[in-house]
Design a protein. Sequence first.
Length: 183
Amino acid sequence: QEYPMAGRIVLLLACLFLMPQVHAELSDSKRALIQELFPSATVIEDKLPDFPVYPVYQLQELLGYAYETIDHSRLQGFAGKPISMLIGLDTKGRFTGIKMLNHHEPVFLHGLGEEPLFEFVDQYEGRSLQEQIIVSTSNSSRSGRTSDGNVVHFDGVSKATVSVLIINDTVLSSALKVARKKL
């Protein structure tokens, strides 16, 4: 009778020691991507245990937060899987940039190539959460132009309408969650 209990204790201890850390350390590759989003950063902290963001500092001054969209939004792309991005958001609610981490969108993997995808997400850099971003799927030349106050028109990607609309929803919904909690 003693051995089954001892076996359970050994199993419990093994599980505790072999479980991945909840407060995972930041990988070198992810740290490098965050540094690109915040070029003047001198300190990039590990992901916070209570809310999944990476605080970014220049010396003692908080510059903003980097975060992975997968931690804040589970919207599915055209391929039925979430599109994972790393986003930088400064303390004023401005996007410092977006890095694509993982996607399964057929139109970018097997059709148009990834360059139009990267060009699309590059339009967010410098834009504010206070602006209304409208993704145009027509061939207009209004990209990045502000009209009617805080309305900004982004060029969509022809033949990838669903994908870019899902990306836009993912970017904005995750940024709003981070802003409401941290800014």
